[in-house]
Design a protein around this ligand. Sequence first.
Ligand SMILES: Nc1nc2c(c(=O)[nH]1)N[C@H]1C(S)=C(S)[C@@H](COP(=O)(O)OP(=O)(O)OC[C@H]3O[C@@H](n4cnc5c(=O)[nH]c(N)nc54)[C@H](O)[C@@H]3O)O[C@H]1N2
Ligand SMILES: Nc1nc2c(c(=O)[nH]1)N[C@H]1C(S)=C(S)[C@@H](COP(=O)(O)OP(=O)(O)OC[C@H]3O[C@@H](n4cnc5c(=O)[nH]c(N)nc54)[C@H](O)[C@@H]3O)O[C@H]1N2
Ligand SMILES: [Mo]
Length: 808
Amino acid sequence: MTNHWVDIRNADLILAMGGNPAEAHPVGFRWVMEAKEKNDARLVVVDPRFTRTAAVADYFAEIRTGTDIAFLGGLINYLIETDQIHHDYVRAYTDASLIVREEFGFEDGLFTGYDAESNEYATESWNYEYDDEGFARRDDTLQHPRCVFQLMREHYSRYTLEVVSNVCGTPRAKIEHVWAMVGETAASDRTMTILYALGWTQHSIGSQIIRTAAMVQLLLGNMGLRGGGVNALRGHSNIQGLTDLGLLSNLLPGYMRLPKDDEQDYTNYIQERARPPLVPDQVSYWRYYERFHVSLMKAWFGDAATAENDWCFEWLPKLSETLYDVLHTFERMHHGEVNGYFCQGFNPLAAFPHKAKITASLSRLKYLVVIDPLRTETAEFWKNHGEYNDVDPSTIDTEVFRLPTTCFAEENGTIVNSSRWLQWFWAAAPPPGEARPDTAILAGLFLRLQRLYREEGGAFAEPLLNLHWPYRFPEEPSPAELAREYNGWALEDVEDEERRIVVRAGEQLEDFGMLRADGSTACGCWLFAGCWPEEGNLMTRRDNSDPYGTGQTLGWAWAWPANRRILYNRASARPDGTPWATRKAVVWWNGQRWVGNDVPDFPTDSEPAANQRPFIMNQTGSGQFFARDRMVEGPFPEHYEPFETPIANNPLHPDNPLAKHNPGARVFEEDRANFGTFEEFPHAATSYRLTEHFHYWTMHNRLNAITQPEKFVEIGESLASELGIERGDRVRVSSKRGHIDAVAVVTKRIRPLQVAGQTVHQIGIPLHWGFLGETKKSHLTNTLTPSVGDANTQTPEYKSFLVRVDKL
Ligand SMILES: Nc1nc2c(c(=O)[nH]1)N[C@H]1C(S)=C(S)[C@@H](COP(=O)(O)OP(=O)(O)OC[C@H]3O[C@@H](n4cnc5c(=O)[nH]c(N)nc54)[C@H](O)[C@@H]3O)O[C@H]1N2
Ligand SMILES: Nc1nc2c(c(=O)[nH]1)N[C@H]1C(S)=C(S)[C@@H](COP(=O)(O)OP(=O)(O)OC[C@H]3O[C@@H](n4cnc5c(=O)[nH]c(N)nc54)[C@H](O)[C@@H]3O)O[C@H]1N2
Ligand SMILES: [Mo]
């Protein structure tokens, strides 16, 4: 989240789109209700289904899955053409004025630089025009035909009301109604918050949907203010912590990025990441990359990391692929290129797409290790469970090991929530039986491997032999020790520019401003620096006092970065340092420094006249409409159809087959052969959650099993009557990859849509239930889903695929 849970109560408008928070985040959802009750806020829901969130909304609009870029792109067009944008904000705090290279262009669905052979773009033309000093040229009047604002305006001029309605299937009057409500928040004293989750991420165009939302919020001036922001409601209780700590395959802790295989040189590696400002005087905070990086390597490798050996840069893996994501790993496993696989708190047979492919892949392993407190479908993938898992164990050689772990309620530690708060928690009960904490299992594995390498040698043993392991009980590092390491400490006395000592050797760091690139500090995750300073563990704090009545509660736990609760909060004030509106104020300039009800996300002594912009992590200091790098499929989001679409072509580019689906997506050949067509599988399906279950593990719990005992699918009334299906009938839902059987819930909550001149029916498929546990046995939903991911993150396209429904 750019903002935080409690801050939702400060919003005037809440757009829940691409998420169903009443169902999936029922506790956090109280802040939505509080906004409605105490702030007179309105809630708008845009979803393929009339959800439990929609049931308490002020306005609901249905949408075809996978078409949110069209809806939001149309909104951008509407806001610009009706002049409902926050002009001063856009001019001062965004890249709208920057001038783009002449070579840049967009034609019939493709940006310049596309190579259809490799499915990749050469991105040189997606850049600004620079002056002799290396700064981007600009036109502050926003009139230059190639300034970002004019290019964006032109790009979205195609997204008229008629086009959007034709793509999304949302009736025009409803679209207009939602757009008008959103437009009202262009006023400087009104904000909209956007709440999203998987309804946006689980698409082949997922990352770009979220970017479109960010663009809308920048146009409206809603970033950095109370009740604004683009807010990802995270999933598993510590999934935020997982990304913060760099568990994604291309990351290091604190969103630092691993080198690629053509980056063998340390200096180049740092230069490529420690980027200088592209607009004069801007902060461009990643310029300090080396401080974060060297401190990480000191935490990992201790004395072995020295300036002479480039802080052990050679030992870091160099990526030969952009990502080693799960789809990629299973593709390799399917080809017999993976020997062993560890599933720690992960049930891929149930959770990953195209179950038949997952089964075939796991069957080709030599060994599978499942580290989990419960029985999982994955651990029993080899076992015949009748029609629900119809395999022949005699043909599967994979050896499966199960290592029982503790559960969250049986350990101490910290969890990072969606608000970026690190909250310490305490064990409520001892673990049963042989269960051990995950840290103990990993430490045991590491120490045994290290011993084997020490005794017997082996290729590339140095990183294992030299890993710094300073824990009191090496077999079981304690959560407190690990947390102190993430925070970081000084290895020598650290001085500031005036040679005053800011932290002494051996002391915990106060904040990431103390990190140094000379090896004098160690820090496991620069973003977490400050969570455990000398004064102690700030994550245990439970002071909910709120002196300004803003909900910031700076004494409750600890938020990264630097206990800041609202990111980019400098943008809550005008360029001159006064708040845009008192009721939205977060920080302001008091004549000497930045102060306010939150910790300023900005250099506190940077006076307004210095003209530094609020988006300090960006090289331009601005919020970016134009993504000059990082996004694989283009600098402006464009609508492309899901890989399985119920219509014949992309209505925006009907004559260009290359622009039908995301042109930057990675599709493996065998997976492409497993995509279905709408002639055979005419209905658009989507999958989702229910409050009563958590994925695939609450079905082991009798109370949850009682509340939702059996697999069902949701079918709209009109399709049901066409197919002769009545409530409670059993139906078969098939895709190109398999079928599931379930009870039909015939509902008014899903309505037929008029899309590109045809009627599209959508089918809703909850993802819970499997062949284990206390509920009735069922087929796994992911029997049906296609193996293709978002072009940037490779998050699977679980939310848009094609099925056929038959009465059983
Ligand atoms: N009770 C419970 N809570 C949970 C979980 C659970 O299993 N049970 N899981 C947790 C996890 S890990 C996660 S990631 C979160 C997920 O939280 P959510 O993303 O809110 O959950 P979903 O139900 O998967 O999907 C949300 C909504 O997206 C809609 N949708 C589908 N396609 C589209 C589309 O193209 N556009 C739009 N606008 N909407 C679309 C669906 O109809 C659904 O209502 O929930 C977390 N919370
Ligand atoms: N069709 C479809 N598929 C989806 C989705 C969808 O919307 N539609 N959503 C996707 C999303 S967002 C997610 S997050 C995944 C979820 O997929 P998974 O994460 O695979 O699902 P869970 O059932 O939450 O499995 C987590 C496992 O962790 C175990 N566990 C719990 N606590 C601990 C612990 O402390 N240590 C260890 N080692 N294990 C523990 C649980 O017992 C459980 O078996 O599903 C994805 N799959
Ligand atoms: Mo998730």
